[in-house]
Design a protein around this ligand. Structure first.
Ligand code: SF4
Ligand code: SF4
Ligand code: SF4
Length: 381
């Protein structure tokens, strides 16, 4: 057998030193479910959902694939009966740990379908989790048919005050599964150190700042934690209670707020942007991350008071005009100024939010047509 080769589900794959079993599987499109893994951060093994079975000389062994280095000659099974049994148990424990009312054990078996249909038909229903249909834990509960209540505990609704005192992020820790992705994203990817684990034992939860709110922490509302949260514990305020069952398309584009050129995915419903996420983790320059402007500053795109036609001043009032009329007026005024005061009496302000191509054309127009070097950009948002 080649050096640095590993067998997964009967097929042999090569790996590079330092790769984990999960890395090798993902690189070869083998699906190992996980809820705490976050590319580019240290593995925590917190959720245990990524367990796989290793064939050892003395028998079988279950390990977390996200934190186990690939070793030469390893034989791995990702969906053996034991793996599935334990995976179901851990998924069930997470469902039991909080206010998760959507798994298949949320209601008695005979009324479960009625509950789901009723919830889908009534968007404003209190019981309906805001990420219903867009939740990694829910998807796994369905995939592995987990009924919850694996711990044998009676499931009481978890009462945790919902934090919504900031304009961007709603925190509902009753749905937190303590996967730790938000902490890793905040501290290791964005390096903002706004949140961390707090308290001990069964009281453990994610805390923020002195008053345990994002507003009292060093949070800059980049929303990275929201993007990586696998459940409905962190949700964007703007998308809260938006119509989740309307078809949504995704459009890859470049952020127009500054010159970095971050790649982003727009989530669009009825030709309206409802949410923005950073694009792929492997895609430079932002590797899936965004700042507060790129992620949350999108309402201007469809703002009702946005100018959609040029305005020119007539009798002291701004009135709508055609493009031909407006451009003729600008050309006439610029010519007049140039003749009276010279080219350097004029200047052009462009914008960091325009495209490179538009800014290039603007400087060409300024230098070659107006004959002045007075061109700059306004970086204010
Ligand atoms: S967070 Fe996920 S698992 Fe929990 S109730 Fe919401 S959709 Fe269901
Ligand atoms: S919004 Fe950004 S800074 Fe604030 S807690 Fe989340 S990751 Fe950290
Ligand atoms: S808030 Fe979300 S990302 Fe953070 S630990 Fe809880 S479930 Fe995980």
């Amino acid at each position: 057998m080649d050096q640095n080769s590993i067998t997964i589900n009967g097929h042999v794959y090569q790996f590079r030193p330092g790769q984990t079993i999960l890395d090798v599987a993902q690189e070869n499109n083998i699906d190992i479910p996980n809820l705490c893994h976050l590319k580019g951060t240290r593995a925590t093994g917190a959720c245990r959902v990524c367990i796989v079975e290793l064939e050892e000389s003395w028998g079988k062994k279950l390990v977390s694939s996200c934190s186990s280095p690939a070793k030469n000659g390893m034989v791995v099974h990702t969906e053996s009966p034991e793996v599935v049994q334990y995976r179901k148990f851990y998924i069930g424990l997470m469902l039991d740990s909080g206010n998760h009312n959507c798994d298949i054990g949320a209601s008695a078996d005979e009324s479960w379908t009625d509950f789901q249909i009723e919830a889908m038909e009534n968007e404003q229903k209190e019981e309906l989790c805001p990420v219903w249909g867009d939740c990694e834990l829910q998807a796994l509960a369905y995939r592995y048919q987990v009924k919850g209540r694996v711990s044998g505990r009676h499931r009481e609704p978890v009462k945790v005050p919902i934090e919504k005192d900031n304009p961007f992020i709603i925190r509902d820790m009753s749905r937190c599964i303590l996967c730790g992705r938000c902490v890793a994203a905040c501290n290791e990817l964005q390096v903002n150190q706004a949140i961390d684990y707090g308290f001990r034992g069964t009281n453990e939860k994610i805390v923020a700042g002195t008053g345990n709110t994002l507003m009292t922490s060093s949070c800059v509302f980049c929303g990275e934690c929201v993007q990586v949260c696998p459940v409905g514990a962190l949700i964007p305020t703007k998308a809260f209670r938006d119509d989740r069952f309307v078809p949504t398309s995704t459009v890859r584009t470049t952020c127009s707020f500054c010159g970095v050129g971050c790649q982003m995915d727009l989530h669009v419903q009825n030709n309206k942007i409802v949410k923005i996420d950073g694009a792929d983790r492997d895609l430079p320059p932002n590797n899936g991350m965004l700042c507060v402007k790129g992620r949350y500053g999108f309402e201007f795109v469809g703002a009702p008071d946005r100018l959609t036609t040029p305005l020119i001043k007539k009798d002291g009032k701004q009135v709508p005009a055609s493009w031909d009329e407006a451009l003729d007026r600008v050309a006439e005024k610029l010519t007049e100024i140039k003749q009276k005061h010279g080219a350097d009496a004029m200047g052009v302000l462009t914008s960091a939010r325009a495209t490179n191509e538009d800014n290039y054309i603007a400087q060409k127009f300024t230098r070659a047509v107006l004959k002045t070097n007075n061109i700059d950009h306004c970086a204010r948002l």
